[in-house]
Design a protein around this ligand. Structure first.
Ligand code: PSU
Ligand code: MN
Length: 343
């Protein structure tokens, strides 16, 4: 007699392609990827599209009322929230689908987790657990690239963690920028990371990094921003003046056939920024606690963000919301400029 468990594993998994979107624009599209009709139609007719991540909803400690989709629309582009819904890698999640992911619980999903979540659903119907994946910047970049989306707006990039030279905790966001041609707009990376090492690593990965310097005087030093603060003490490797210049760089990268990603850092709006001094105590304590309590690996960032939120009595939240909205608006403007150039 064959034990039940083994018998079951001998069954041929149902790996039929579901949700296959057929469109002439999408040759070579993964059969596992679901693209919403609105996003699909926009991509096919050169209407600007902006990718958004779902980790920010499932693990970002910012609440559900961010409504980044609205910000994208306000600036003339179509939003495409990316994530894995019950095992289906999806580009263009609807608000009720995101709500469901938050309610039922989602795994924080970077590049490494995508196939795992997608395969479980094909084999077991609904999959073990809810099978949801809130995609990080890295996971979202993979899905956006598969769908043919060029621009992605979000909050803060992952990076090299403090002490990363011995723990080797380096966000998969950085290696993703080295290999996946999507332009990411973020407020630099979170201030609790090791910013100089993050920039070194991005250079090694071949990722372009520039900071928006509108409103700054010519020749003034432009820092790579540190999320809640506009200054980090580390100068940005490159500077861009406006969205049109950013779009031209994205287009040139594509025409050169260079596959690496691009990072456009957008400093937090002046009026929302929290001075570095003020954040430092909270950051130091949160990072130390995370280490003492063993929040390592992908649990580190959500823990530190949550603690900083508590330690600043919620003051970090409106700043975080303001910066992510500004980034998403910026991303939409870049996508609009790009669409003009593609006409
Ligand atoms: N920035 C935020 N909130 C977040 C993140 C960034 O304000 O939740 C998420 C992003 O999805 C980013 C991820 O890709 O954290 C990085 O996690 P890690 O450090 O584990 O790579
Ligand atoms: Mn990590």
């Amino acid at each position: 007699r064959v034990p039940a468990l083994i018998r079951k594993s001998l069954l041929v998994p149902r790996l039929r392609p579901r949700h296959f979107t057929t469109h002439p624009h999408h040759h070579g599209l993964s059969p596992l990827l679901k693209i919403s009709p609105e996003v699909s139609a926009a991509l096919a007719s050169n209407i600007p599209v902006v990718a958004l991540e779902s980790t920010i909803y499932t693990h970002g400690a910012l609440g559900n009322d961010l409504n980044l989709e609205f910000v994208v629309r306000q600036h003339g582009a179509v939003p495409a929230v990316c994530g894995i819904l019950a095992g289906v890698p999806t580009v263009g999640l609807a608000p009720d689908e995101i709500e469901r992911m938050v309610r039922e619980g989602a795994k924080k999903a970077s590049r490494r987790d995508l196939a795992f979540l997608a395969a479980r659903a094909s084999m077991l119907g609904s999959g073990g657990g809810a099978g949801h994946g809130g995609t990080t910047i890295s996971g979202t970049m993979v899905l956006a690239r598969l769908a043919g989306i060029r621009v992605f707006g979000t909050g803060g990039l992952g990076g090299v963690h403090r002490g990363g030279e011995s723990s080797m905790d380096v966000s998969a966001d950085l290696t993703e920028l080295g290999r996946t041609r999507v332009a990411v707009v973020s407020s630099g990376c979170k201030g609790f990371l090791d910013i100089p090492r993050t920039l070194e690593f991005l250079e090694t990965q071949g990722a372009f990094v520039a900071t928006f310097a509108d409103g700054m005087a010519e020749g003034e030093r432009v820092d790579f921003p540190a999320f809640w603060a506009r200054e980090s003490g580390t100068p940005s490797p490159a500077v861009v003046r406006d969205e049109r210049e950013a779009a031209a760089i994205i287009l040139a990268q594509e025409q050169l056939g260079v596959e690496s990603g691009l990072l456009f850092a957008n400093p937090i709006p002046e009026e929302a920024a929290i001075p570095r001094k003020e954040m430092e105590a909270a950051i130091d304590l949160a990072v130390r606690e995370a280490e003492e309590k063993g929040f390592t690996g992908n649990a580190n960032t959500p823990y530190v963000l949550k603690r900083i939120r508590e330690l600043t009595h919620g003051r970090s939240v409106p700043a975080n919301k303001a910066l992510v909205r500004a980034n998403v608006a910026r991303a939409a403007k870049i996508a609009v400029e790009l669409a003009k150039m593609m006409d």
